[in-house]
Design a protein. Structure first.
Length: 54
């Protein structure tokens, strides 16, 4: 999921450089959403995924 976030960020940067405002804005929005979804999923798996094996 982080990979897709970075891909959309690169698309947004290229589109912004070339002057396509709508595409850049949409890609940046998707990249933000995917990054935060990834971050929440990572935190949940980090907190609840650790098992203490004794």
């Amino acid at each position: 999921m982080l990979h897709y976030s970075l891909v959309f960020l690169v698309i947004a940067l290229i589109a912004a450089f070339l002057g396509f405002g709508g595409i850049a804005g949409a890609s940046a929005g998707i990249a933000k959403i995917l990054f935060f979804v990834f971050l929440i999923a990572w935190l949940v798996s980090f907190i609840f995924g650790r098992k203490n094996v004794v």
